[in-house]
Design a binder for this molecule. Structure first.
Ligand code: 6PG
Length: 252
């Protein structure tokens, strides 16, 4: 996994991870505004991203040229947008609303329609339209934020679910039996086509899984986050000391 484009950066704790992620986000935003071109970013759900959103919405970062950023979502829970489990709501409450009208366009997953498959299809169409990518091409996000669950899932690519096999759709509806729910998720080809992927992982409970994901045998059915081994762009694992404690390079 440790190819030249893969880095593992260890921070003291979850706040350190979120702070570093915010810094990297800001760097990208500054580059985009200097080049006067939009950057396309996919946000994720989870507790560390929430911290990152709070940091980004603070005075230190408000001065960024937020209007160059186009916000998408790497995955979404099958709930209305104002539901407390919604990843859109998380981003809206902690980042988008506090930033107010300085931000660029936001593309939430349409969860108010009847069928998850239709929502996935519509979201894929939105992505294709915005990126202006042809039918046979995979769009390249500038930056995708991800987390990793204790079970090794990333985005909503859960172990032993159908979405892991998806190679032609950009977005798919994934039924997660163990949660008895639908999720909408970007597929592995889209994650792996991104120019940069940033995975935030914090907490001791994730240490055994992180070790398998980064240093274990390739078995993405069991550890979907291993799919990122096929990434074409840069992958940065931003992890806290507790999550890194079993890594060969983590115990300093
Ligand atoms: C979601 C996510 C998911 C998340 C991980 C890690 O909607 O749940 O996008 O992939 O990033 O579950 O979440 P935590 O950082 O809260 O453990």
């Amino acid at each position: 996994m440790r190819g030249p484009e893969v880095t593992v950066q260890i921070e003291d704790d979850a706040r350190g991870v979120a702070t570093q992620a915010a810094r990297l986000f800001a760097e990208q935003a500054e580059k985009a505004s200097a080049a006067r071109r939009p950057i396309r970013v996919a946000l994720s759900g989870g507790s560390t991203p929430r911290l990152m959103y709070e940091i980004l919405a603070s005075d230190e970062y408000r001065r960024l040229s937020w209007h160059w950023i186009e916000f998408f979502f790497g995955d979404e829970r099958w709930v209305p947008r104002d539901h407390q489990d919604s990843n859109y709501k998380l981003a809206y409450d902690y980042l988008l609303r506090p930033l107010g009208d300085v931000i660029g366009p936001v593309f939430p997953v349409p969860t108010s329609i009847a069928e998850p498959e239709e929502a996935a299809r519509q979201y894929e169409a939105t992505i294709r339209r915005t990126f202006d990518t042809q039918e046979d091409k995979v769009p390249r996000f500038d930056l995708i934020f991800l987390g990793m669950g204790e079970d090794g899932h990333t985005a909503s690519l859960f172990p032993h679910t159908a979405a892991l096999q998806e190679r032609s759709k950009l977005v798919t509806a994934n039924h997660v039996d163990k949660l008895n729910t639908w999720r909408i998720t970007l597929t592995a080809p889209v994650l792996n086509a991104a120019k940069q992927v940033l995975v935030m992982v914090a907490g001791e409970g994730k240490a055994p899984t992180l070790k398998q994901v980064l240093e274990g045998e390739y078995n993405p059915q069991e550890y979907p986050s291993q799919l990122l081994r096929q990434a074409e762009g840069k992958v940065m694992w931003l992890v806290d000391r507790a999550a890194a404690k079993l890594l060969e390079s983590g115990a300093d």
